[in-house]
Write a protein that binds this ligand. Structure first.
Ligand SMILES: [Zn+2]
Length: 391
């Protein structure tokens, strides 16, 4: 029998604005109807259709996190499918219904093993893909990546890792100024894999070259890249100004100052800014000492830093928080913040035909938020999932 549910009295967060007193019909895991105007009469429903009155709460498309290393005490880079499931499950409770797993720098053999463990989960539809962050990055901008394991982006090595993934490696972060850097961008682009510019000391001109060769994404823009200088605008400026580039931002209020986040939105718009968590194992667990790849990280008051040195080492952010910070700290309109949390990253990953907005025909991946933008309920493929009790 077909399962169907009518969500009534909802404030629908659509790409171009918020629609009050709306409704949304879910049938067999898909959205099959959405109110097109405020107060539009509800559709005629069959007697078996369940109904839920949302009392004016917000309904958003499920979040798409394209850059996350772990959470809930588990890491994607542990090389263990069980741990990956725990991390995905943790973020699902915070509204992330599509998640791409990010690894950290390791040896090629280690990475091959990690890719092997994660690729099955991609094929099963639990993960939206694998992102390799490192080892093809700049020593000068390596952040929380083991500098001893970095290497130049040799096309033969990249091909080896792509083969290990059998189509599941969707993105690789590259410092384009390294030897073979531009060859790598070309190879990835030809292979249909996202060449993301990040952890880079590239100049503005070098970044422009990478973009012209097809690099469509900036990895956590501003973090771990040469900063903006008015005579050497660097990668940040090149990434923000080029229409075809999507810029990731770790929106925890710490990695990038909220006023700079609003500057990014003003410069590039919500359709080119993707909110990411860059979360690591400690997200949702608490302060203490953790491993990140081969390095040790100390988390204090939710701030993750390398014990050796002072570099930020990922975040303890969740996507609901990233969205809330965009609205509350950076003054981004809710509809725009929702685009940056769902539709924009979905487009980057090539899954926007299935997820990323409240549209008829798309998967019923939904987040219900209260007036304080806190998660009330999460739906994935038409099923409600367990959410953590509000803090
Ligand atoms: Zn990083």
């Amino acid at each position: 029998m077909m399962s169907s549910l009518l969500l009534r009295n909802a404030s629908l967060v659509l790409p171009d604005g918020v629609l009050d007193q709306g409704w949304l019909l879910v049938e067999d895991g898909r959205i099959t109807g959405v109110a097109a105007a405020t107060g539009q009469p509800e559709p005629l429903i069959s007697p078996g259709t369940a109904q839920r009155d949302l009392g004016g709460r917000h309904v958003l498309p499920g979040f798409v996190d394209m850059h996350v290393h772990g959470g809930g005490g588990a890491a994607f880079s542990a090389g263990d499918a069980e741990q990956a499931l725990v991390a995905a499950r943790f973020h699902l409770g915070h509204g992330t219904t599509s998640i791409m797993a990010s690894t950290v720098t390791g040896s090629l053999a280690e990475l091959e093993h990690h890719i092997g463990e994660l690729s099955g989960l991609v094929q099963d539809g639990i993960l939206a893909g694998i992102h390799l962050e490192g080892p093809f990055i700049s020593k000068a901008r390596c952040g929380a990546h083991d500098p001893g394991l970095l290497r130049v982006p040799d096309p033969a090595d990249i091909s080896r890792l792509l083969r290990a993934g059998d189509g599941t490696v969707r993105m690789i972060t590259i410092a384009p100024e390294l030897e073979h850097g531009l060859d790598a961008v070309r190879l990835l682009t030809e292979s249909g894999v996202i060449a993301a510019v990040g952890h880079t000391d590239a100049t503005y001109a070098q970044t422009r070259e990478a973009i012209e060769l097809g690099a469509p994404v900036g990895t956590h823009v501003f973090n771990a890249m040469r900063p903006v200088h008015h005579r050497e605008p660097g990668p940040v400026t090149a990434l923000l100004e080029q229409e075809q580039v999507l810029c990731e931002v770790v929106n925890d209020g710490l990695h990038v100052h909220p006023s700079v986040v609003s500057l990014m939105f003003a410069a590039a718009g919500a359709h080119r800014i993707a909110l990411i968590t860059d979360a690591m194992v400690a997200a949702g667990v608490g302060d203490g000492e953790y491993r990140l790849g081969s390095l040790t990280v100390q988390v204090r008051d939710g701030e993750a830093r390398l014990t050796d040195g002072d570099s930020l080492a990922g975040s303890t952010l969740t996507m609901d928080n990233a969205l809330r910070n965009a609205v509350r700290l950076a003054g981004v309109p809710l509809a725009d913040a929702a685009v940056s949390a769902s539709l924009t990253p979905a487009r980057a990953l090539g899954i926007a035909d299935r997820v990323g907005s409240l549209e008829t025909g798309k998967r019923a991946d939904l987040v219900v938020l209260d007036e304080d933008l806190r998660v009330v309920s999460v739906m994935q493929k038409g099923d409600w999932v367990d959410t953590p009790s509000p803090e």
